[in-house]
Ligand binder design. Sequence first.
Ligand code: ACM
Ligand code: ZN
Length: 615
Amino acid sequence: MKMNKLSRMLFLALLPATTAIAAPAADTSFSVIPAPLHIQAGKGSFPLNRQTRILVEAGSKDLQNVAKELAAGIHRQSGLQLPVGALGKMVPVNAIVLRLQADTLGNEGYRLTVRPGLATASASQPAGVFYAAQTILQLLPAGPSKSPVLPAVTIADKPRFGWRGLMLDVGRYYYPVDYIKQYIDYMAMHKLNTFHWHLTEDHGWRIEIKKYPRLTSVSAWRNGTQFTNNRVNDHPHGGFYTQEEVKEVVAYAQSKFITVVPEIEMPGHSLSALAAYPELSCTGGPFEMPVKWGIQKDVYCAGNDKTFAFLEDVLTEVAALFPGEIIHIGGDECPKDRWKACSRCQQRIKDNKLKDEHELQSYFITRIEQFLQTKGKRIIGWDEILEGGLAPNAAVMSWRGTKGGIEAARQLHPVVMTPNNFMYFDYYQGEAYLEPYCIGGFVPLRKVYEYEPVPAELNAEEAKFILGVQANIWCEYIHSPEKANYMTFPRAAAMAETGWSSAGRKNWEDFTRRMESQYLRYDNAGIGYATSAYNVMFKVETDSVRNKARVTLQTDSYRPNIRYTTNGNEPTATSAQYRQPFEVDLPVNIKAAVFQDNRVRGQVSGTAILRKSAR
Ligand code: ACM
Ligand code: ZN
């Protein structure tokens, strides 16, 4: 959905004047993201060397894999290749020990102790040890280093929420399997655990369904794409994942303790399927694969039993491919125009004593829910599935703000919070004039960070139904892995901390400090992230009587060295340094940038402030 861009004025009004969150009690010399629950510096350090071994308790294949992952990560960061061995009876020395041990920190929590010569990671489940390994990698120097050293530390950590998700829309653009795996790697590095794979859209069906070959021969391809300014090019675009590839992705994600939640959209966002099987529509078609973005009026016919037979066949194959319990059935943005004019849909309404087309949608989703229950699956859907009545066991993804999430939690249904005004990473993350073309909106890093997933409106009992938080990357204007990375990072780090760290551990300034290391990690991993957090934003209060303006410069970065000019010249490392709000005579042309190592970090921002009065 396209949002109006927030005006700069409105954005600045929304910025908090000060950081209201209390500083964390823990040591601030580490740069672990998301922030651990408890972290305490110890004495000394543990330099890793060629004799250091990673030791695993015998018998756990999962731990063996975690150990190999850790060894690969240390090798990537330092060039040091540590052997993996079995933990014996002897007290280990010069070792990183990974073990399973009953604990009170839950399925994903872990303990990690580093002292000179020994690091020990333990958890009650392999997922916890995996997260401990991610933390170990973040304790090493973030930049490339030939002498990897772990600082002495004691950590006890566990996530706040069980659902920490990212959604990638591969319907608008197909992304290759190799990129999907990379994306999963990036998620793991942020301790995210749910990959929501948006596999079907009006503009492309991306999953092979053996019983319906036209879904991949027809529905996966289109003859052009709408670009900026409504221009439509005539480049064919398409692609799909074979079932073998899907299994490969699911297994890969499992190895990183990530659950893949497939989304099969219904009853709307389904024109690609109708282009191949027009008999499933209300009008019978024929339909072309759409090349322009936007909500399509042709949707599955809810009055036709063939629609349900088709979807049950599709979901039978989907359910067999994805071992996770939850399947996303879409449910958003389904125009009711065709249903209103369709005799079969109207007959269905009559036969089932439904009030209107919203109740018909509810009938549709409930019928699908009942079918999926026979496959041992539960459904989640976008918050429109509340309209006309929620299916009895459905979970809700709250995207149109938080209203749907509040309503669903009050009905004691599980909720994932993904409100568009905080968690839509297809929205601008900086001032539009400095950003690549986006669909609209304004969700800078700080806004993501300051999101609190449990709405204040809920009581303690209802709040328990908030499963967690997710960010969505809709891809109408995200056509490449490079742009997907740019839109996802660093905002995913802010979302990850919101999903993992307890509310009391969150601290914006400390987060920006730790992000300085995270950006180096992104460089090491080859993630082309956005540097928008370094771009200077202007807050301008104009005094039109005196023809002066008071100017405040802000960024979403750590203690920025901002340099600025007021004569329209490009700022340099020796231009005036911004220390506090200043007053200027109008008119003025201000340019400003953050400098690191005498170079611009991010981009140069500019604003021209005109004289308001005619004096
Ligand atoms: C959505 O953004 N239509 C869920
Ligand atoms: Zn119909």
